[in-house]
Design a protein around this ligand. Structure first.
Ligand code: AOF
Ligand code: ZN
Length: 360
């Protein structure tokens, strides 16, 4: 009996607290860009005595909130941080100094920061101060949490995800299922993670706005690719009043002076419809992540898809497969002909459809 009891009060392992740090980091999903999401848990004598997360770029880091929450209990405690504590003066002072000042005994780090200003310097500073440091607990999870941030830090380019819906016979579908769009649906949850969502213009009446329905969600900038001269006059159903969250890209073939400008919507007229200037614009805005939502007029997308594929501008694929079959219209992606296997592939049932995810 005594043996059983001691098993019941067994302390949680490092992985448990790190997973908790990741869970609380995600409370700020969509709001921290260009900064990463970070969570911190302070543990003392097997109990969580403080928690915090980074809410938004410019505001204090996760460690600061967790240390404040723990107060004097942080002394001799262990801090679990999903990302290496920073050791630089950015918009906020270094977290390493805050941890040292609070006299924590040990710091467990999920993953080393990819930011060259920070990379491994935070760990070194803590060790110099005599703090025990463990690196790489739930490392994959911590990397996935900030896959866009890591990609941007390592390549200088935004992280781009392709998304589309497909029938069981391989046809691409124009629409997303209602369930996916609703609060809690995968599409609504996906949108809030991105800085921008690119959709092709369409005059179809059942086009639904790429706006997240999650309460209080971050809304990505809506980037509309338009080859339709009258598109801007029809744009109102796409957004609720806020035109600052909308930009139209068109080309000279379509119309030299686009009507969007007249409606007060920012409009960029490209020499030729192309993905590179669109991603460059996103980079200039400081964006980490872009969702390419393939629906609407597919022909508008074919050329930028082959461009993106050839230049390896896509990182992730999200495909929704619906249990529907048949139909007359032939809609397949013609631009990508080369066969490839996705990495770290996962699948799950989501509402009435199957969701596949993988990396290029
Ligand atoms: C941490 N904890 O919660 C976050 C970190 O301009 P600043 O001061 O906000 O610094 C931004 C950089 O700090 C960011 O690029 C990333 O390397 C790191 N983010 N570090 O110790 C946190 N958000
Ligand atoms: Zn910091």
């Amino acid at each position: 009996l005594r043996c059983q009891m001691s098993q019941q009060v067994k302390e949680h392992d490092d992985g448990y607290y790190m997973r908790r740090a990741v869970e609380i980091a995600r409370k700020a999903v969509g709001y921290t860009s260009p900064n990463p999401m970070v969570g911190c848990v302070i543990v003392k004598d097997g109990k969580i005595v403080g928690e915090g997360f980074h809410p938004k770029a410019g505001q204090p880091h996760a460690e600061v909130f967790a240390l404040r929450d723990a107060g004097v209990l942080a002394e001799n405690g262990t801090a679990y941080v999903s990302l290496e504590p920073c050791n630089h003066y950015g918009r906020t002072p270094p977290c390493t100094e805050a941890l040292i000042k609070a006299k924590v005994k040990k710091v467990v780090v999920g993953i080393v920061d990819a930011n060259p200003l920070v990379a491994s310097k935070g760990v070194a500073r803590l060790q110099d101060a005599g703090i025990e440091v463990v690196v790489g607990v739930e490392e994959e999870l911590c990397k996935k949490l900030n896959e866009a941030f890591f990609h941007k830090m390592l390549t200088g380019k935004p992280f781009v995800t392709l998304r589309y819906s497909m029938a069981a016979d391989g046809r691409l579908l124009d629409q997303i299922t209602d369930g996916a769009m609703e609060c809690g649906g995968y599409y609504s949850k996906l949108l809030q993670e991105y800085d921008a969502v690119v959709v092709s213009s369409t005059l179809s009446t059942n086009f639904t706005s790429p706006a997240s329905k999650e309460p209080g969600a971050n809304q990505p900038l809506q980037v509309i690719l338009s080859k339709c001269p009258s598109f801007a006059t029809q744009v109102s159903p796409l957004t609720d009043k806020d035109t600052s969250k909308l930009i139209i890209f068109t080309d000279k073939e379509t119309i030299p002076e686009h009507e969007g400008a007249r409606k007060g919507i920012e409009t960029v007229v490209l020499e030729k419809m192309s993905l590179s200037p669109i991603l460059e614009y996103c980079k200039q805005q400081g964006f980490c992540s872009v969702l390419m939502d393939i629906r609407g007029n597919l022909s508008d997308f074919e050329e930028i898809l082959s461009e993106g594929y050839e230049h390896e501008l896509f990182q992730k694929l999200v495909v929704e497969i619906l249990p529907v079959f048949g139909g007359t219209e032939e809609r397949t992606l013609k631009s990508i002909t080369q066969r490839l296997s996705l990495e770290n592939f996962t699948s799950k049932v989501s509402g009435d459809s199957v969701l596949l995810e993988g990396y290029f």
